[in-house]
Design a binder for this molecule. Structure first.
Ligand code: SAM
Length: 483
């Protein structure tokens, strides 16, 4: 039976509830009166606490996703843009993945790291190699990483991950620093989540891959990841271990997208109901070609229009949850979906183990790659492109370092302090990037943008301090200012 507060996977991600949701959505997809009500309900509203949004339930949002009237789709896009504008403005947070090891004992049929893939060379970075990777990433200008690792208790035990996090944080090369390490590793125990929390990780990311239990078991035929309940209940254990920023995700292409959409929203509702805080981020990867992996064997692939609509509907349903797209998507797709609700993107990414150090920005090793990267531009090119397209690339990591995680981060969103906090932080970290790493053209464009945008900080005192800090970054070696 469906129970949002249950701690049992099959009860909070309840198959019958999803089927009924899809039926309800089909029945109401042309119910214009209801759709109108939902669009109104989800509008950002001014309250005495600032701007607030109510979001939508999985059932309500599923109706919007099911409706295929192009006029309604335009309304959905317009509302998603409005919500994004209210909470995220034009800021896009930048990050890069760092692959530590591709040893894996699982047999995920879509992943090239699967145990039986004999084509892929196996590699695990030593702490010295991690140091070199981090220096290369710092030299590009990155401040925020997501570490990635296959599941292998012998080769990649939790101690290895913890040592790696420590190594990453310890490296201070020139003006560089990695200030937030997000971790994408397999589901683990409360005790291990506690250790990750103590190591001061940022978000714990774990993709569900698919919420459909039967498909999940077929797609993960063996290995520890085969256990659907253990995997699905991982975020509850992470929260019990003290991690309050968790990142959900679905690998689109494996199952019916409408099933996954309802599932991921039910997961978000569950976390909110049980722990008082929803997911910090949602990722929306699509299956890509890779060693021993042909994406065309999965018959649930989605086109770019459907992808955009899913993003817009997620934005409307969970307005306070960040949304991430990776370099799995190409430039034109990224351009199309950015305004609909994306708040974080990766840039200059390598998905191979040891793909950064020793390579020029235009060279990329393919041997140990996890998937084919579609957006192959350098970080500088991505930063330039974002600014040209009207966005503010941000290297900010302030919230979690100031303890604004979990519900404290959400309340910052709700009281509308974002313009006085996130906005100047984005500009100051962008200035760091421009001063220390950017090409002359990117620097020129960025400094023009900062001069204009700093005027949009509403609080006069904050604006003045931010301007002083910007000058110190430009003219000296002081870094890491934040509100
Ligand atoms: N081993 C960890 C786990 O099982 O969750 C996390 C690391 S894995 C490298 C990160 C994610 O990459 C997976 O959760 C999966 O969604 C995604 N992935 C795997 N194969 C992929 C493919 N062929 N195309 C796109 N994404 C893929």
């Amino acid at each position: 039976m469906y129970n949002v507060k249950s701690l049992k996977a099959e009860e909070f991600i309840n198959h019958e509830e999803i089927l009924e949701t899809l039926e309800y959505a089909d029945k109401n997809k042309n119910n214009y009166e209801l759709i109108d009500q939902l669009l109104k309900k989800a509008e950002p509203k001014k309250t005495d606490r600032g701007v607030e949004c109510s979001g939508l339930t999985h059932r309500e949002a599923s109706v919007l996703l099911a409706c295929d009237d192009p006029e309604i789709t335009e309304k959905i896009y317009a509302l998603a843009r409005k919500i994004k504008e209210a909470f995220y403005g034009d800021r896009i947070v930048m990050f890069a993945p760092l692959y530590l090891s591709n040893y894996c004992v699982n047999q995920c049929v879509y992943c090239p790291y699967h145990l039986k893939n004999k084509e892929i060379p196996r590699k695990k970075l030593t702490q010295e190699e991690i140091k070199q990777e981090v220096i290369a990433l710092q030299d590009m200008g990155h401040k925020r990483l997501a570490i990635e690792c296959g599941e292998d208790p012998v080769n990649n035990p939790i101690e290895y991950v913890l040592d790696s996090v420590k190594t990453i944080y310890s490296i201070k090369h020139k003006n560089g620093a990695i200030r937030r390490v997000n971790v994408n590793i397999a589901a683990t125990t409360v005790e291990n989540y506690r250790k990750l929390k103590e190591a001061e990780i940022g978000t714990y990311i774990l993709f569900q891959e698919t919420y459909h239990k039967e498909s999940y078991e077929k797609l993960h035929p063996a290995g520890p990841k085969h256990d659907y309940a253990y995997h699905t209940e991982a975020m509850d254990r992470a929260m019990e271990g003290g991690i309050d920023d968790v990142g959900l995700g679905v690998l689109f292409g494996l199952e019916m997208y409408r099933y996954e959409f309802a599932g991921i929203l039910m997961h978000a509702e569950h976390l909110e109901a049980v722990h008082g805080v929803g997911p910090h981020t949602i990722s929306i990867p699509r299956v890509k070609r890779a060693s021993d992996i042909d994406p065309s064997v999965f018959d649930n692939g989605i086109d770019d229009d459907t992808f955009a609509k899913i993003i817009a509907c997620i934005r409307i349903a969970v307005p306070y949850t960040g949304m991430i797209i990776s370099t799995r998507e190409n430039e034109s797709c990224r351009e199309k979906v950015m305004g609909l609700g994306i708040s974080q993107i990766s840039g200059g990414s390598r998905t191979s183990v040891g793909g950064y150090a020793g390579y020029s920005p235009y060279e990329r090793p393919h041997d140990t790659e996890q998937f084919d990267v579609s957006d192959q531009r350098t970080l500088d090119e991505v930063v330039y492109w974002l600014m040209k397209s009207g966005y503010i690339p941000s290297f900010c990591t302030a919230c979690y370092r100031a303890g604004r995680t979990g519900d404290r981060f959400m309340s910052l969103c709700k009281i509308g302090q974002i313009q006085n906090c996130c906005h100047p932080n984005a500009l100051m970290t962008l200035q760091e990037y421009l001063t220390d790493y950017a090409s002359p053209e990117t620097k020129r464009l960025g400094e023009e943008l900062i001069a204009k945008e700093i005027m949009n900080v509403p609080n006069e005192k904050t604006r003045k301090i931010a301007m002083e800090n910007l000058n110190q970054i430009k003219n000296g070696n002081k870094r890491d200012f934040r509100f």
